[in-house]
Design a protein around this ligand. Sequence first.
Ligand code: ADP
Length: 158
Amino acid sequence: MTKRKMKGDQTMMERVAIYPGSFDPLTYGHIDIVERALEIFDRVILAIAHDAEKKPLFTVQERVEMANLIFKDTPKVIVDSFKGLLVNYVEKTNARVILRGLRATSDFEYEFHMASMNRSLSVHLDTLFMMTSKDYFFVSSRTIKEVAKLGGTVEGLV
Ligand code: ADP
């Protein structure tokens, strides 16, 4: 939480969540998670990871530009990018919650390990999981790229 000065010297705690990921590209599944998180948090930082190992289709700069365009009318969303350990980045921002989305049980094992590792690296941090919506449970950046490459339509998903 971050302290925010309010009018008349009132101080309010701002609830900030970091939503980290590759977002290569950002899908409606991701957007849905951000929109639902804004019901709980005052601010969501969408943090795009520099991860060369994943061989992304879009550069980090392109992904940041796309996300800024998508959230241009949503000032509560801040788009950023980070290199290295997520916990180091989060600690610089004052957010104490990492937000992640969960689709099928296949996401669970990886997410469980990452959340446990992040918690052991920084005891101040918690990971909050939000279940995918029924409309987007099958949407992933990877399958979107595969379908688009083979000429299929990805309208309404990305
Ligand atoms: P990463 O490479 O870190 O997994 P992604 O961009 O693939 O990054 O995903 C970021 C987060 O969004 C992950 O927690 C992932 O499970 C979640 N996510 C991806 N697609 C969806 C979706 N359709 N519905 C809900 N959560 C999703």
